[in-house]
Design a protein. Structure first.
Length: 262
């Protein structure tokens, strides 16, 4: 990697844990990622499934695989994603980030399904160190966007940053038929997000998404939207948007996934 070259960044819609063992158009899109970019020295995941007060980062040598769900087939609970951690990189991030104050986690967490259900389709051999960053749910949307700015430097160090959430995520109105037609409000919000991304209107994506009825319907709680804001914070003026997958599952979950690179 050239000194002035940045790793691309991704926002991946991860959807149901069942995607971890699926073979569908979505997972086939993930399968293509590794061969389309240079091999990273490490991966930093911002997952919708580690919610904390204060921001934390996994700092253990061997992060455990967390099965943070219930009611799914036994096969899912048997999956392990044995990637190693990188405590040195975690310390660098902690020391580099300013007022956001990231704390190390040596034992509480690990890699939840927002991380491993995605990575097992991109790097199935789990041969790249993985760190996970938590979401401080006590902080407003702008905080998460600004923290994304603070970790932008990782792209210069060959670290791949991936936000894992969903542009639309409403489990209260889910249709258990995976192929059910998406709700009109879900389609409308998904298109609004894509339009703002194309316009690079990050102000609206950070500040206006919850002012609309479609935004509130799309996110009864915000944890699946916030990883997108970290990715927006990492972007440079020259980063170009590519949508690597679009579609819905279960009527109320958008699987829209994006890549930005120079």
């Amino acid at each position: 990697m050239k000194s002035n070259e940045l790793m691309p960044v991704y926002f991946i819609g991860h959807g149901s844990p069942m995607n971890a063992i699926a073979n569908n158009d979505y997972t086939k899109a993930l399968n293509k990622i590794a061969n389309s970019i240079s091999t990273p020295k490490a991966i930093l995941m911002v997952s919708a499934h580690w919610l904390t007060k204060g921001t934390r980062i996994t700092s253990m040598k061997l992060p455990k695989t967390i099965h943070d769900f219930g009611g799914f087939p036994k096969d899912l609970f048997e999956i392990k994603y044995p990637a190693i951690g990188d405590s040195e990189l975690a310390n660098q991030i902690i020391n580099r980030v300013g007022p956001s104050n990231i704390s190390p986690d040596f034992s509480e967490w690990g890699l939840d399904h927002g991380t491993w259900s995605v990575l097992r389709h991109i790097y199935p051999d789990a041969n790249i160190p993985v760190l996970q960053l938590s979401l401080d749910m006590s902080m407003p949307a702008e905080f998460h966007f600004n923290l994304g700015k603070e970790i932008q430097f990782l792209g210069e160090q060959n670290v791949l940053i991936i936000g894992s959430g969903n542009v639309v995520h409403n489990l209260q109105l889910i249709n258990w038929n995976e192929n059910a037609s998406a709700y009109d409000w879900a389609i409308e919000f998904d298109l609004w997000v894509k339009e703002k991304l194309l316009q690079k209107d990050f102000h609206s994506l950070v500040n206006d998404f919850y002012k609309m009825k479609t935004g509130k319907l799309s996110h009864p709680s915000l944890e699946h939207y916030l990883p997108l804001l970290y990715i927006l914070g990492t972007l440079t003026n020259t980063d170009q948007l590519n949508q690597i997958f679009e579609g819905f599952q279960h009527a109320s979950i958008s699987m829209s996934s994006f890549k930005w690179d120079n």
